[in-house]
Design a protein around this ligand. Structure first.
Ligand code: ADP
Ligand code: MG
Length: 684
């Protein structure tokens, strides 16, 4: 028996490996099985080159556990190693990598985590001793056993082993006993080895017999050696893709469609990406792309490798060119990875484009499920938008779809305002905004439906991208003011009367939590409703956007602000104005006179003050202004009180307010109850 020292400078490297190298100890199995697969592949390559002969069909890897003996064994019938090769590949090469690395990162053991592929030596994360029993494929080679207990010392001895290949025997450490459990190993093999290119066998298939589970003679092969993505797309049918999707994601709904990726230059990449139906809840869909390197599972966290919006897709990507054992930030900066991500984005856009061009009907039928994905891409990746703007659809309230260009042409004639801006009208809820939608359509306008999760950010983005365009929600103004076409305004009431009727309603508005309503009046024609509620587009949009963007909290905290717009052309409003005028005329007279007097005085005082420099204004002058302001506020309060007193008696005012609130879904609780009672009284 030969003893030796592994060429390493840093003592006790193994505790470090064990502790810090991978957050997931379980990957040791992937490393050992993929080494075994490599060994068989190498033999295959040698056979192809005529250096040896081998029957392809006999190549295999098997994994077994012996709980009693405390061992886990990975066996292959691949190329094997001579004593010499062990010296070179295990003692020198594999380990030199580690020692270099330890030199560099001596002080920051934590930096090691997930940073470096240790391959074979990762076995020491779970084993207290590792044996290699191996016999090279070379004729007449001597079989050897290498053994190491985790110190830098190893032993090497000749053994009797007749079959070609290697067995790696792990004597599992006490704190890793979990890896002796059959179920655990089966689960890991399913995760990491499911698509490896050589059969991986784990025990025998079992069957139920006489109420018991018994082993059969058949090997339990856990992998499929030719997964779909390695096959030529021309040989595959739709059903093949669908059934492969089911094996990957048994719980998911059927995919809408898919892309088969296949590049050789400037990097190698194959794979299949599926478009899942996404209605909402984007986050549930993530982490469903599996990354493989030569059919060895690496991870399902592909952020950094594919652009974020593409993480909504499901499927597999296989590339030996993606550096696997490096940190995420390194990955994101890697030039290859950048190219790959650009390539995938382009492919996805091309695929959608051809679907749209070739079968628009089908594309439209899937648009509802596809929309979030496309819009997510539009919002996060300008290169994608540049391609996707041809197949991004707008949907109107009748569920008709238009491309951006088509829609522009459709509304150009009737929805361009006097500033030459194209006004896109939209609704977010066809039920709640029913009357506003109707009013807009009565004017011949088209109304879009924007009820999707990303529609609002999308609207903001389109306003930037499309020239001279503005999006306005149908309830943001009265129908005739949604799109202002000329300056000629209709007959307005004199200011005094407007103030009176506004005040009559303002004083009777119910208190609603976190809601602020401002009364205005304008002529809207005698056939329009007497009053309606509108929401200022800008403020509402800011509030809504604050959900998507950080730093907009200010808007989120503001109360919701609405306008109650009175139609001064409506006979009911005119009647209420009359009643209020007669009902308050006498009591308002002295107050109005007083207000006029104080206002005149205040104007004069202010004029005087404004002539002077701020430092020359005397205290006396300041006091006088302040007193006048106070007196004015007092009189105005009195005025409001008088109007309020009169309005309170007028059920028509309350009824009109409540109807407007009701139509907007804002009449609730006690207010709704009062409304119903009042309505009953009115028809009694
Ligand atoms: P890598 O696989 O990246 O080369 P490893 O540390 O996993 O690094 O393995 C080191 C070397 O040991 C391999 O390159 C190979 O030459 C040899 N080796 C490991 N396992 C086997 C095996 N099962 N059969 C033959 N050679 C092996
Ligand atoms: Mg390896």
């Amino acid at each position: 028996m030969q003893k030796g020292n592994i060429g390493v400078t840093t003592e006790n490297i193994f505790p470090v490996i064990k502790k810090f190298l991978y957050s997931d100890h379980e990957i040791f199995l992937r490393e050992l099985v993929s080494n075994a697969v490599d060994a068989t592949q190498k033999l295959r390559t040698l056979a192809t080159a005529g250096e040896t002969s081998v029957d392809d069909k006999e190549l295999k890897v098997s994994v077994s556990v012996d709980e009693q003996a405390g061992t886990l064994t990975v066996t292959d019938n691949g190329i094997g190693m001579t004593a010499d090769e062990i010296e070179r590949y295990i003692n020198q090469i594999a380990f030199s990598g580690v020692s270099d690395f330890m030199e560099k990162y001596k002080d920051k053991a934590e930096a090691i985590i997930g940073h470096f592929g240790l391959g074979f030596y990762s076995a020491f994360m779970v084993a207290k001793r590792v044996d290699i029993l191996t016999k090279s494929y070379r004729p007449d080679s001597q079989a050897v056993k290498w053994s190491c207990d985790g110190s830098p010392e190893y032993t090497l001895e000749d053994i009797d082993k007749t079959e070609r290949g290697t067995s790696i025997v792990l004597h599992i450490d006490d704190d890793s006993k979990d890896f002796l459990k059959k179920e655990r190993i089966e689960q890991l093999l399913n995760k990491y080895c499911k698509f490896m290119p050589v059969p991986v066998i784990f025990g025998k298939k079992t069957t139920w017999k006489d109420g018991k589970q018994v082993e059969t003679d058949e090997d339990n092969v856990i992998n499929s050696t030719e997964p779909l993505w390695t096959k030529a797309p021309t040989t595959l049918k739709d059903e093949d893709y669908k059934s492969f999707y089911r094996t990957l994601f048994p719980m998911n709904d059927e995919p809408l469609f898919w892309i088969h990726l296949n590049v050789d230059f400037p990097f190698h990449l194959t794979g299949i990406l599926y478009f899942p139906p996404i209605k909402n809840n984007i986050d549930l869909q993530r982490n469903k792309i599996q990354l493989y390197s030569n059919q060895v599972y690496v991870t399902d966290k592909v952020d950094g490798i594919v652009p974020e919006f593409l993480t909504l897709l499901h499927g597999v990507i296989d590339s030996p060119d993606i550096p696997l054992n490096v940190s995420r930030s390194y990955l994101q900066a890697d030039a290859n990875v950048k190219k790959i991500s650009g390539y995938i984005t382009r492919k996805v856009a091309d695929r959608l484009n051809s679907l749209f061009k070739e079968n628009r009907k089908e594309y439209e039928s899937k648009w509802a499920d596809l929309k979030i994905f496309v819009n997510y891409g539009n919002l996060s990746d300008n290169d994608f938008y540049e391609k996707a703007k041809d197949f991004t659809l707008l949907t109107d309230v009748d569920h008709k779809n238009f491309t951006l260009d088509e829609y522009r042409t459709l509304i150009k004639e009737n929805q361009t305002d006097k500033e030459d801006t194209l006004v896109y009208l939209y609704a977010t809820d066809t039920e709640a905004q029913y009357s506003y939608i109707q009013a807009a359509r009565d004017k011949g306008y088209s109304v879009l439906l924007a009820d999707g999760e990303l529609d609002l950010p999308m609207i903001s983005m389109l306003e930037q991208k499309l020239e001279k365009s503005r999006f306005v929600r149908v309830d943001s103004n009265t129908a005739d003011k949604l799109i202002l076409k000329d300056n000629s305004s209709q007959q307005e009431l004199p200011t005094e009367k407007q103030e009176l009727i506004n005040e009559a309603f303002q004083t009777q508005l119910p208190q609603i939590d976190r809601v602020q309503i401002n009364v205005v009046s304008q002529p809207m024609g005698s056939t329009a409703r007497p009053a309606q509620i509108t929401t200022d587009e800008y403020m509402r949009r800011m509030k809504e956007m604050s959900r998507y963007q950080q730093g907009m909290n200010f808007y989120a905290q503001l109360p919701d602000s609405y306008n109650l717009v009175l139609n001064t052309d409506h006979p009911l409003i005119q009647a209420i104005l009359k009643t209020t005028e007669t009902g308050t005329a006498d009591s308002l007279k002295p107050v109005t006179a007083e207000i006029k007097g104080i206002q005149a005085k205040l104007d004069a005082l202010r004029q005087e003050r404004n002539k002077k420099k701020p430092e020359d204004v005397t205290q006396n002058e300041k006091d006088e202004i302040q007193n006048a302001e106070k007196a004015l506020a007092g009189e105005q309060e009195k005025r409001r009180g008088i109007i309020s007193e009169s309005s309170k008696q007028n059920p028509a005012i309350h009824q009109i307010i409540d109807l407007a609130l009701l139509q907007n879904g804002m009449l609730k609780g006690a207010a709704l109850d009062a409304f119903v009672k009042r309505s009953v009284d009115m028809i009694k």
